[in-house]
Design a protein around this ligand. Structure first.
Ligand SMILES: C[S@@+](CC[C@H](N)C(=O)[O-])C[C@H]1O[C@@H](n2cnc3c(N)ncnc32)[C@H](O)[C@@H]1O
Length: 316
C-alpha cells in the first residue's frame, strides 16, 4: 500500500488588480503595436486577432506565453503582449464617452487620499477609465459604488468589470445620481463626480460620506460649472474648497548651439577647492560656440480637459 501526494499548483489568473505571469484562456491582454497604438484582446482558445503585422493565433501564440513576450505575427511582424493595467486600459479602451486620462487620474487618486480599503462613490461611470484606476488603488478590501444613468453604458461597464475580474470590488447602479443619489448612506471615504451638473449631486455626495468626513472631487470642463459646484459645496458645509487644472506639458529634447562671447585670454589657471591647479578646456580664440542638450516646451499647450475641484467634508 502506498500514499500519493497530489500537488496542487495554484495558477493565479490575470486581473486588473493582481499580476499573473502567464497568459491564460479568458484573460484580457493588451497587444502593444507601438507607443501610441495598443489594443485589448479577450484571449480565447481557437480565436484569432488581426493586426497590421498579420494574424495572432490565440491558442499557439498567446495561451501559455509569459506576459511581456514578443509574439511574431503571420506576416512576420511582431508585437508585445502586455499584462493589463488601468493605465494601459485608459489608452486602449473602447470609448463610449469622454474619459479621464492618467494625468488627471493620478491627481484625483492622490488628492482624494485613496488607499487600499477605501470606500468610494463615483458618478458617472462613463467608459470606466477612472473606475479601473480607483479599483486598483482600493483593492483588496475597498469598494467602489459607481452610478451611471445610461442603461447600456452601465451594463457594458459591469460586463467589463467581470471580464477584468474586479467585479467583487464594485457595485454598478443604473440610476440618476442627481435624483436618487449613490444608493448608499454614511459609508464613503471619498466621492468623485464627472457629470454635467455636479452641483445637483453635492447633497447626495454628502449623504453618502462617512460621519467622520472625507474628500470629494468634481471634474468639470467649464469654469461656470466649477463656480456653481463651489457654491453648492460651501452651502453644504464642505471646507478646504480648491480648484486646480492639470496640464500635461511635453518637452522636446534637442541639441542647441550657443555662441560664446570672447572674453580674451584667461589670466589665471583655474584651481580646485583644495588649492591644486586644474587643467580645463578654456574658450580659446577658435572656440566660439558650445553645443548642449536642452528641452523646449511647445508654444501652445493643448490639452485642457477640465478643472478638478476638491473639498473636505468635516466630521459631523
Ligand atoms: C464624461 S462621462 C464619465 C467618464 C468617466 N469618468 C471615465 O473616466 O470613463 C459622464 C457620464 O456621466 C453620465 N451621467 C451624466 N449625468 C448623470 C446623472 N445625473 N446620473 C448618473 N450618470 C450621469 C453620462 O451618461 C456619462 O456616461
Amino acid at each position: 500500500m502506498y500514499t500519493s501526494t497530489i500537488l496542487e499548483v495554484l495558477v493565479l489568473a490575470m486581473s486588473f488588480v493582481e499580476y499573473s505571469d502567464c497568459i491564460q484562456d479568458g484573460d484580457v491582454a493588451i497587444i502593444y503595436l507601438s507607443h501610441d497604438s495598443m489594443m485589448p484582446v479577450k484571449v480565447q482558445q481557437g480565436a484569432q486577432t488581426q493586426t497590421r503585422y498579420g494574424v495572432i493565433r490565440h491558442s499557439s501564440d498567446l495561451i501559455g506565453q509569459r506576459y511581456g513576450s514578443k509574439v511574431t505575427c503571420s506576416k512576420g511582424g511582431w508585437v508585445h503582449v502586455l499584462h493589463p493595467t488601468p493605465e494601459l486600459w485608459t489608452v486602449s479602451l473602447p470609448h463610449r464617452t469622454q474619459i479621464l486620462y492618467t494625468t488627471d487620474i493620478a491627481t484625483i487618486t492622490m488628492m482624494l487620499e485613496l488607499k487600499p480599503g477605501s470606500v468610494v462613490c463615483e458618478s458617472g461611470t462613463g467608459s470606466g477609465s477612472l473606475s479601473h484606476a480607483i479599483l486598483r488603488t482600493i483593492a483588496p478590501t475597498g469598494h467602489l459604488h459607481t452610478v451611471e444613468f445610461h442603461q447600456q453604458r452601465a451594463e457594458k461597464v459591469a460586463e467589463e468589470f467581470k471580464e477584468h475580474r474586479v467585479d467583487h470590488l464594485v457595485t454598478v447602479r443604473n440610476q440618476d445620481v442627481c435624483k436618487e443619489g449613490f444608493g448608499v448612506t454614511g459609508v464613503a471615504d471619498a466621492v468623485f463626480l464627472d457629470i454635467p451638473s455636479p452641483w445637483e449631486a453635492v447633497g447626495h455626495a454628502k449623504a453618502a460620506m462617512k460621519r467622520h468626513g472625507g474628500r470629494v472631487c468634481s471634474f468639470s470642463p467649464c469654469i461656470e460649472q466649477v463656480q456653481r459646484t463651489c457654491e453648492a459645496l460651501a452651502d453644504q458645509g464642505f471646507e478646504e474648497i480648491s480648484t486646480l487644472e492639470v496640464l500635461l506639458r511635453v518637452h522636446d529634447v534637442r541639441t542647441v548651439s550657443l555662441s560664446l562671447p570672447d572674453f580674451g585670454p584667461d589670466p589665471s589657471p583655474p584651481t580646485h577647492p583644495d588649492g591644486s591647479e586644474k587643467s580645463a578646456p578654456t574658450s580659446g580664440p577658435n572656440q566660439t560656440a558650445v553645443s548642449l542638450k536642452t528641452t523646449t516646451p511647445p508654444r501652445e499647450i493643448p490639452g485642457h480637459t477640465g478643472y478638478l475641484t476638491f473639498a473636505t467634508k468635516p466630521r459631523t
